[in-house]
Design a protein around this ligand. Sequence first.
Ligand SMILES: CC(C)(COP(=O)(O)OP(=O)(O)OC[C@H]1O[C@@H](n2cnc3c(N)ncnc32)[C@H](O)[C@@H]1OP(=O)(O)O)[C@@H](O)C(=O)NCCC(=O)NCCS
Length: 330
Amino acid sequence: MRTKITAAITAIGAYVPEDKLTNADLEKIVETNDEWIQTRTGIKERRILRGEGKATSDMVVPAVRALCDKRGIEPGDIEVLIVATVTPDMFFPSTANVACDKLGMKNTWGFDLLAACSGFLFALTTGASLVESGRYKRVCVVGADKMSSIIDYSDRTTCILFGDGAGAVLLEPNIDGYGVLDSILKTDGSGGKYLNMKAGGSLNPASVETVTNKMHYAYQEGQAVFKFAVTGMADVAYELMQRNNLDANDIAWLVPHQANKRIIDATARRMGLQDDKVMMNIEHYGNTTAATIPLCLWDYRKKLNKGDNIVLAAFGGGFTWGATLVKWEY
Ligand SMILES: CC(C)(COP(=O)(O)OP(=O)(O)OC[C@H]1O[C@@H](n2cnc3c(N)ncnc32)[C@H](O)[C@@H]1OP(=O)(O)O)[C@@H](O)C(=O)NCCC(=O)NCCS
């Protein structure tokens, strides 16, 4: 009988830019205040990638390098690179292609995956399937977004939420039952009208009109998104627990997408988890879209123990949402 192969996470890497954009900084740009932002979202500051010619791949590269150093491998040892992002350097070539070139990964293939804030979970499941197939032994999954490139800093309802960053994990085969064990992933395109970027694609190619009408910025109807996110993320995380016969005592960590502290709290409550089992770093980075979950894993890396059951959960534009169960391998 063939041994079941699972995809274990064997290393994490991450990168956040040095520059901070605090709530006090935002108070000088739009009509807002620190108290409102903290109470409604839990965010205190975000990181912003500044500098001419700096793009999402410039955060992917150090995140992948950090992961390789941790694992004691060269970037060229990675067979597949998947980059989840809504802010690729360009439409094409893919950010994965660009990053492979910058990292000297001559024999690696890869691609970008777009599922907004659920991008990392969709990419993780995709990458895990490549490993589980037995065909690939080193797959790197990155979530990276330079949200500052698509945010309108005169719109106080969106500019307070987002920041820039990248996080990466390495997936390798395991035959002892560690790694990505189950995923429930969902999409509902009817939610697209609430959270999107209208121009730059084939529907509304770039024109003077699209620029004038600010159609190259992220558009969000915050309350509608909040309503769907708060039930979507909690429901799917709970469904994953049920399906795997897990109760709150069996779970070491919830790693939620960091969009809003209130959404995270609601998910934790539904799962019956106390705050000390919930990874949270939204106050420092805001919503980095595809990067939030690997950034959390990286921030909490010293607290992870072999055998921990970890539930990753996300919700985002599309709508897209999902939850993934991981048994920690190291
Ligand atoms: C954006 C969000 C924080 C707004 O919080 P909210 O509690 O829904 O706030 P509302 O939109 O109802 O606005 C309440 C009031 O605050 C005001 N307001 C909005 N942004 C503000 C800001 N940055 N500072 C101060 N006041 C603000 C509004 O104009 C409104 O004023 P009014 O009552 O006089 O009309 C919240 O809706 C949210 O987090 N949504 C989900 C976002 C998300 O998760 N997106 C990513 C999905 S992955």
